[in-house]
Design a protein around this ligand. Structure first.
Ligand SMILES: Cc1cc2nc3c(=O)[nH]c(=O)nc-3n(C[C@H](O)[C@H](O)[C@H](O)COP(=O)(O)OP(=O)(O)OC[C@H]3O[C@@H](n4cnc5c(N)ncnc54)[C@H](O)[C@@H]3O)c2cc1C
Length: 501
């Protein structure tokens, strides 16, 4: 396994193809350091003996010990550990740990490439291609991002109907030794600091969408790929530093005349499985949210509770009710992910068929619980911010800048007037308002909330998954029976409770 420094050294050798605000930048540019330090913790923590069980696993392909972020889930225990590892790391970095896209895309492609090879046996070797890629990914302990979301053009048109065919990334040309792709993937988290880019389709596809059913992996600096990055750093602090400073990036990834050799291609034209891959990445990613969102909930709860103490209102009834609400959302999100892990199987829900065996035997979390948890916690991001805003009052929005606290003309007075509760020092109260300002009133704080809401799929996508996969008909039959209507069935549901194997 690599160290954080090995990871950074690797990035420093990559070709410059990342643009920021009109300039080409190095991947190790100072602007990206908060982000690198955040991801770097996944290396630092994996080295600690006490974290070995949670943060490392044994590769089912090589038998070697690997970082869990490169692992394919072999059991429900692996799913539980991925959820708990994510929660633990997000707590420590004070936000998103930013390494889950690689593990989630790897698990999706691993399963789908296996099924895709069954369509024309002997003609494709997607799964073998992916396994070879995966062994290197595991051995070299690489960072992968997932480029799923396309620009999508007119939302009412299918990929093949778009006036600009690159609105969804597509195969432009099929050659003897590979494919040429074009298109633009957007909002791709941590692409600017990733070693490898895993590309998957973004939606269900029709027969005419053949050229859009494409999946492959290329290094982040591959020929024919350009990135335009937005870097989400907090306002720098010179004097009153935070304990932890989290950073993140998202890229537009422009693929033009980009050649991908066959050995790096994992799907090329199988439309049904293109849709399945989109669904499966989203599913694994929503399972990751059942680890990260509870961690964010832990942080929001701590923030709200401290703000209440600073204001000396922590015993007020409305504060208790709001803290309880934060805990309920956090732990229901965690419980949904826990159940999704516990009921995980090598099965996928296929509309019209129900749960069917899928992939070569690796474990997929239960879809309903992943979607329920992700939707509940995703929609809650604005409410959680509202609670912190309510309890904190207006100070985080107007708190004076650092140097006003250092200026002899104003510093002492500002500190004196910062003090509210006598039980917390004025200096600590000032640090708390600064941190709440970072989260509620900064550009990065806003971006994190939009990411928390839309990342992994907007709530509407989870609602579609839940209502199309949930057995509503059985509930109707049960109620028909209870109401004394025709067509009732008292046992309709007892046959359907998702039993643990
Ligand atoms: C901070 C951040 C990080 C992200 N990281 C990643 C990442 O690492 N990798 C990745 O692949 N993606 C990433 N995403 C993308 C994320 O998954 C998408 O934002 C999300 O799926 C919504 O897609 P969209 O942004 O294109 O919105 P749209 O699909 O444009 O949605 C906008 C609105 O239009 C509605 N709509 C869309 N289509 C239709 C239709 N046909 N009929 C009716 N209504 C429709 C939607 O319901 C929604 O209300 C990230 C997003 C953010 C904000």
């Amino acid at each position: 396994m690599r160290t954080k420094q090995d990871y950074i050294n690797g990035l420093s050798k990559m070709k410059r193809n990342v643009y920021f605000d009109g300039q080409l930048i190095d991947r190790t540019d100072e602007l990206q350091m908060d982000c690198l330090n955040t991801i770097g913790l996944t290396y630092d923590e994996a080295e600690k003996p006490e974290n070995a069980d949670l943060m490392t696993a044994v590769s089912h392909l090589t038998g070697e010990r690997i970082n869990r972020f490169t692992h394919i889930h072999q059991s429900t225990d692996d799913l539980h550990k991925k959820q708990d590892m994510t929660r633990m790391l997000c707590q420590k970095v004070g936000g998103c740990i930013q390494r889950c896209m690689g593990i989630d895309a790897s698990n999706a492609i691993y399963n789908v490439s296996y099924e895709a090879d069954k369509i024309k046996p002997g003609e494709t070797s997607y799964h073998e291609n992916f396994k070879k890629w995966l062994i290197r990914f595991q051995k070299e302990d690489l960072i992968g991002c997932c480029a799923q979301t396309d620009v999508k053009g007119d939302r009412m048109l299918r990929p093949f109907q778009q006036p600009n065919p690159g609105s969804y990334l597509r195969i432009k040309e099929r050659l003897k030794d590979g494919i040429v792709v074009e298109g633009c993937k957007v909002h791709i988290s941590e692409a600017s600091v990733a070693d490898e880019v895993l590309v998957t389709p973004t939606r269900a596809l029709l027969k005419d969408d053949k050229d859009w059913a494409v999946s492959f992996a290329v290094p982040g600096d591959w020929e024919g790929l350009k990135q335009v990055v937005t870097i989400h750093n907090l306002r720098p602090r010179e004097h009153f530093k935070r304990g932890v400073t989290q950073g993140a990036t998202d890229s537009y990834m422009i693929f033009e005349n980009c050649f991908v050799p066959w050995e790096r291609v994992f799907l090329a034209g199988e439309t049904m499985l293109g849709g399945a891959m989109a669904l499966l990445f989203a599913l694994f990613h929503r399972h990751s949210y059942s680890g990260c969102k509870p961690a964010i909930g832990d942080l929001i709860l701590g923030t709200a509770a401290l703000a209440a103490e600073a204001n000396n209102i922590h015993k007020a009834e409305h504060v208790r009710a709001k803290l309880a609400e934060l805990i309920m959302t956090t732990e229901l999100g965690y419980a949904a992910g826990y159940t999704a892990s516990d009921l995980g199987k090598p099965e996928l829900y296929i509309p019209g068929h129900g749960f069917v065996p899928f992939g070569p035997g690796s474990f997929i979390p239960h879809s309903i619980y992943c979607n329920v948890g992700r939707c509940l916690t995703g929609e809650a991001v604005w409410r959680e911010a509202e609670i912190v805003c309510d309890i904190a009052g207006g100070v985080p929005a107007t708190f004076p800048h650092e140097k006003d606290f250092l200026n002899p003309d104003t510093g002492e007075q500002l500190l004196k007037y910062t003090k509210r509760s006598p039980k917390m020092s004025a200096e600590d109260q000032a640090q708390l308002w600064r941190m709440i300002g970072d989260s509620l009133c900064s550009a990065s704080g806003g971006i994190a909330k939009v990411g928390g809401y839309h990342g992994g799929g907007s709530p509407i996508m989870e609602q579609i998954a839940i209502t199309t996969q949930y057995d509503i008909e059985s509930r109707k039959k049960l109620v028909r029976y209870i109401a004394g209507m025709s067509g009732g069935d008292r046992e309709a549901l007892s046959r359907n409770i998702p039993a643990k194997k």
